[in-house]
Design a protein. Structure first.
Length: 264
């Protein structure tokens, strides 16, 4: 009987509480600006950072760029480099293997334009053709570059519109608007061609017969390298007779915040 009384009287209590509080309720104002104005100010902040790091006495940005095929372990990450200017111009550079017009695997620079768009959030848009980046977006590959993963008309599932995911003092992280792959922008700490040379030296160092002696710590786990091929690390739980082997792309700084190792 005691329980029955409690359940019967509860609605009346709740109604009384509602009556006494409803008249005094006011909606708190959590933001000083509208959503669109917040995105506009965030875009200004992002552009200012892009431009400041691109000053003549600095080395611009490393764009650790991925396409969606990376999630299926089909593609390595690609180091692209960028200088962004206040007038909307951008210079991109790389030596990746999908450069066209005879530039594959050769250091190449290309100029185009960029913009900061205000959609549901901040969007970094490379809105004109750039030989360095747009090749990953182009649905048709007339060069039939060796190693292409898809047929003409499908493209490589890259993105030229990058939606802001995370913004910190050390990096900007974006995801592709159409295909969703994560890319990161970090300040470059040396001249671009020196950065490329250093990453190649690092790749050559770990892609040797001594590779299994290298290991990384991922949270509390120790993983030993067993192989490195076409941008994929193969690792096991121990050096010899591994309990299991797994693969994942070597780019986008899986091991280091400052280095993306291109495909081997």
């Amino acid at each position: 009987m005691t329980y029955k009384k409690i359940f019967l009287t509860l609605p009346a209590f709740m109604m009384a509480t509602a009556l006494t509080t409803s008249c005094s309720f006011e909606q708190d104002e959590y933001f000083d600006e509208s959503a669109s104005l917040r995105v506009t100010h965030q875009n200004e902040n992002i552009k200012n950072r892009l431009v400041e790091q691109s000053a003549a006495d600095k080395n611009g940005w490393v764009i650790q760029y991925f396409v969606s095929g990376t999630d299926d372990y089909n593609f390595e990450g690609f180091n692209l480099f960028g200088r962004f200017y206040k007038n909307g111009a951008v210079t991109l550079a790389s030596d990746h293997r999908f450069l066209r017009n005879g530039n594959a695997n050769k250091y190449t620079e290309s100029n185009s334009y960029y913009d900061m768009l205000s959609e549901e959030g901040s969007v970094l848009s490379f809105n004109t053709w750039n030989d360095i980046l747009t090749v990953f977006v182009d649905p048709v590959d007339p060069s039939k570059a060796p190693g292409s993963l898809v047929n003409d008309g499908e493209g490589m599932y890259g993105d030229q519109n990058l939606v802001l995911k995370k913004l910190t003092d050390d990096e900007m992280q974006f995801y592709g608007e159409r295909h969703g792959a994560i890319s990161r922008l970090i300040p470059c700490d040396r001249p671009w061609q020196q950065y490329i040379a250093d990453t190649k030296a690092m790749k050559n160092h770990i892609a040797t017969s001594t590779l299994p002696s290298h290991y990384v710590i991922n949270d509390k786990d120790t993983m030993y390298f067993a192989d490195l091929y076409k941008g994929l690390f193969v690792y096991g739980e121990r050096i010899t007779d591994p309990l299991q082997k797994k693969t994942f792309p070597s780019g986008a700084s899986r091991f280091s915040r400052r280095c993306c190792i291109p495909g081997v």
